[in-house]
Write a protein that binds this ligand. Structure first.
Ligand SMILES: *Cc1c(COP(=O)(O)O)cnc(C)c1O
Length: 219
């Protein structure tokens, strides 16, 4: 089914939208099946799990870290990670920069914005993002590139609310893009809401269960 699911999703999204296949908790065979169907970008939310999969799978895969980051674990993925979605502290950027430098790499990062009205622990406010991007300290971090933002909408059936939350980040993204040409990626949308996210300006979606089926956390 994985191949069929991938084809269906790819057919339903515009060409400018990048599909990240979220493979957390799924076995290597499932990722290999998606790879054989042409998928090359995979998202994981635990660093150790991503490292194990990186070691086991073809090296032309681009690995995206989509989970909440613990600074002390950044070093384990610094040699290969392609894009880090969930940066929500300046301190984390400093650590990513330090680890990237050791490998002579520049690591692309997205700043996570808090857009959900529900109480979420993670993410910068829009004001905080403006501050981070305008601070002189960020120019000193030569081994990271902030290339865009990531946001998660409230988990609700209320499509109006979800749309509003996505649109708020799209508008903020457009505003900052005018001054910061390096902002290119807007990562919004998961299995349940990626169509709404795309309607509201997303150009990168992170889709797990619609490709791989429901996750089983009890295994
Ligand atoms: C798990 C996860 C996804 C994918 O969720 P699905 O509903 O299975 O598509 C997307 N983004 C983040 C940050 C996740 O943790």
């Amino acid at each position: 089914m994985i191949k069929e699911n991938l084809i269906k999703i790819k057919e339903s999204i515009p060409e400018n939208v990048t599909l990240v296949a979220v493979s957390k908790t799924k076995p290597i065979e499932d990722l290999q099946e998606a790879y054989n169907a042409g998928q090359r970008i995979f998202g994981e939310n635990k660093i150790q799990e991503m490292v194990d999969k990186y070691d086991a799978l073809p090296k032309d895969i681009k690995w995206h870290m989509i989970g909440h980051l613990q600074s002390n674990k950044v070093k384990y993925m610094a040699h290969f990670v392609d894009l880090i979605h969930g940066v929500d502290k300046f301190k984390t950027l400093v650590e990513i920069n330090k680890q990237a430098k050791k490998h002579n790499r520049v690591i692309n990062c997205l700043l996570q914005a808090k857009i959900a009205k529900e109480d979420t622990k993670f993410g910068f406010s829009f004001d905080e993002i403006e501050t981070v991007l305008s601070t002189e300290k960020i120019a000193e971090l030569q081994n990271i590139n902030v290339v865009g933002f990531m946001g998660m909408a409230t988990f609700t059936e209320d499509e109006v609310q979800v749309s509003e939350e996505f649109l708020s980040l799209k508008n903020f993204f457009d505003k900052l893009k005018a001054k910061n040409k390096f902002l290119k990626v807007l990562s919004m949308g998961m299995s349940g809401d990626y169509q709404l996210a795309i309607k509201n300006g997303s150009n990168m979606i992170r889709v797990g269960s619609s490709i791989f089926g429901n996750r089983n956390y009890n295994q």
